[in-house]
Design a protein around this ligand. Sequence first.
Ligand code: EPZ
Length: 417
Amino acid sequence: MSDYLRIRGGRPLNGHVSVSGSKNAAVAIIPAAILADSPCTIENLPDIDDVYCYRDILSFLGADVEFAKGVMRIDPRGINKNELPQELVGRMRASYYLVPTLMGRLGSAHVPLPGGCDIGNRPIDQTIKGLTSLGARVDTDGGIINAVRGDNYGGNEVFLAMPSVGATINTMLAAVHAPGRTVIHNAAKEPHIVDTANFLSSMGARVKGAGTDIIRIDGGHPLHGSNYAVIPDQIETGTLMIAAAASRGDVTLHGTIPTHMESLTAKLLEMGVYVTDEDDIIRVRASGTLRPISLKTQVYPGFPTDLQQPLTAMLTTAWGTSYVTETIFESRFRYVDELRRMGAEIKVLESTAIVSGVEKLHPANVTATDLRAGAAMIVAALMADGVSNIGGIQYILRGYEHIDEKLRSLGGEVEYV
Ligand code: EPZ
């Protein structure tokens, strides 16, 4: 097992790379297969730890699961358990998608409270609101989410206090087995929500409006297995676009969905980066100094919070002062300390990072404090002249498929050591 991701930076990335399937779609679609009355085949899954974690969870529950070469075959008919040990679900935020799916299949579920990246308080009050609105009884006694279908379990109006990704997906996963109509108001619109809704529809569910802030589900109908391929990863695509620009290279990304990247593309163009796209291809070129910007993270289709960290890393060498405001999570700037160790000049005032551009970052041994902080470290190391070692690679392995191979294929000197 490696301990570090070693990067010799200071050279441009050039060439062609294909993006992988979406982590945040995969970790919702895999548990959704629990709701089917026959086997599912899910394709284009990324080769990342969170997917292996879900394979092990489904096997533990009694499903018949095979995962190889990006394809997972799930036969949920053998599932005979509805509770899980902490060690199986602890580190993954997405483990709570097991609550509505196991409750849907077996009538109740007992899932330890989710883990996930330490980027702030990760409450699940809106998920609980969604499930209880449909008539489930939910409590979190002893750190376990206990959910039981009530006698009058059925469709209802659900009003989310904020467009929470997890609560939107959890309510959709619960509503497809709740007889009658459910309407989710103030729903989140991220691409992985639409992908999850499309997968449910491919199983015979009646879901309308995913991608808008009102999603209608007519539930209570049997769901059959289906073959489905998850969408390309929006955040991996964005991370690679930023890495290309930060290294002042010329990179063409294949297998993307450019419309998912519009908020990032707009910011890169503002900085003076050349971004062009056609069909499923995005080309990113940059040279010389880049302009500073002001940035505010928003729910989709605004600028994604998951790209705030890698883009801020790139802004450390922009020619001037940039302002980055994080509106989604309350402590998603912890990684800034590590950037400072590479020479970055950043002040954090409440939810805004003020980045004063410097000529160059210098290499250092740094540590990723969460998945996308790992992306920020990678971007910074690619810009620094010399060898940096990035610790905390367990986070990077959770969400970026073979990022070392991808960067090496673009001429980067990157290896797990
Ligand atoms: C999903 O997390 C993603 N994870 C996150 O990506 C992503 O950053 C986030 O959506 C926002 O886009 C997965 O999809 C597995 P939220 P989630 O519920 O569902 C507050 C990554 O790097 N909130 O939209 O947890 C919450 O505290 C990860 O891939 C409540 O107050 O996001 C947060 O401040 C990191 N009550 C904000 O809303 C709730 O019940 C966004 O949370 C739910 C959320």
